[in-house]
Write a protein of this length. Structure first.
Ligand SMILES: O=c1[nH]cc([C@@H]2O[C@H](COP(=O)(O)O)[C@@H](O)[C@H]2O)c(=O)[nH]1
Ligand SMILES: [Mg+2]
Length: 240
């Protein structure tokens, strides 16, 4: 059945990682709350909405400041990294991710990941899912040497850098971003890209403004609405 094409056709896909491809955001909230609780502080969802998608050092600086923690940002980050590394050896994919990546890979649609997480953390989190790696043309991480400090999401830099690493490089307008966080949404918009936002239900509607499309799950994504090959009826149930 031909669905009406509502959106500008795209040729390249850039996925955010945490909270979009990998189911890690609840873990991040738990870790941060465990770190700040002994100081009588809590990491609320209202705060999370401002921090999600930020590079770790930037979020460490801001959190130490905002909660007046008796730690330096580097001390905080050391604790954060060591607790996170203890929690990321069995990270799951979010619903619909594997189906979509394999489907688009079957049709040779170029895909990349652009994540604010540092390379070492991304590597550990994604190891259980390395069978999907061939579908990705490249991954840009928050500690990429070509990214300037202080230019994390909501700045467009990481998405523009990810677009520039395809060969040939597409115009930003030909790229479709998948994001979960308000910072990531704004970064994709600032990069001149269309953005499919897949937010936690607690993200308020005003922080979804500007999203090309908002979905409850990547499993609800209809590729043909963006000029991409649609799921043929059997493709989701192929075996082997
Ligand atoms: O509640 C939070 N979630 C996530 C982050 C930060 O956001 C990054 C994930 O970014 P992205 O969604 O671009 O993968 C994490 O590495 C972490 O640094 C944070 O500070 N607080
Ligand atoms: Mg994210």
């Amino acid at each position: 059945m031909a669905s009406r094409a509502c959106y500008k056709p795209v040729t390249h896909i850039i996925f955010d990682s945490d909270g979009t491809v990998l189911d890690t955001e609840n873990m991040y909230s738990d870790v941060i709350n465990e770190i700040v609780a002994p100081f009588g502080k809590s990491y609320t969802y209202e705060m999370k909405l401002r921090y999600m998608g930020m590079p770790a050092l930037q979020s460490a600086r801001q959190l130490v400041e905002e909660l007046q923690l008796p730690l330096t940002p580097v001390e905080y980050l050391k604790i954060f990294d060591s607790v996170v590394f203890g929690r990321i050896n069995n990270v799951q994919l979010l619903p619909g991710v594997k189906d979509l990546m394999l489907h688009l890979h079957d049709h040779r649609i170029p895909m990349a990941i652009a994540t604010s997480s540092v390379q070492a953390a991304f590597h550990t989190k994604s190891q259980p899912h390395r069978d999907l790696f061939p579908a990705l043309h490249h991954v840009v991480c928050g500690d990429d040497p070509e990214l300037r400090p202080g230019r994390g999401k909501p700045h467009p830099d990481i998405f523009l850098l990810a677009a520039s690493r395809f060969h040939p490089a597409p115009d930003p307008g030909q790229c479709l971003v998948f994001e979960d966080s308000p910072n990531g949404l704004q970064a994709g918009i600032a990069a001149g890209m269309q953005v499919v936002m897949i937010p936690d239900p607690r993200v308020p509607s005003e922080q979804r403004t500007g999203a090309t499309q908002v979905l409850d799950s990547m499993a609800d994504f209809e590729p043909q609405l963006f000029g991409l090959p649609h799921y043929d009826t059997c493709s989701k149930f192929e075996f082997g």
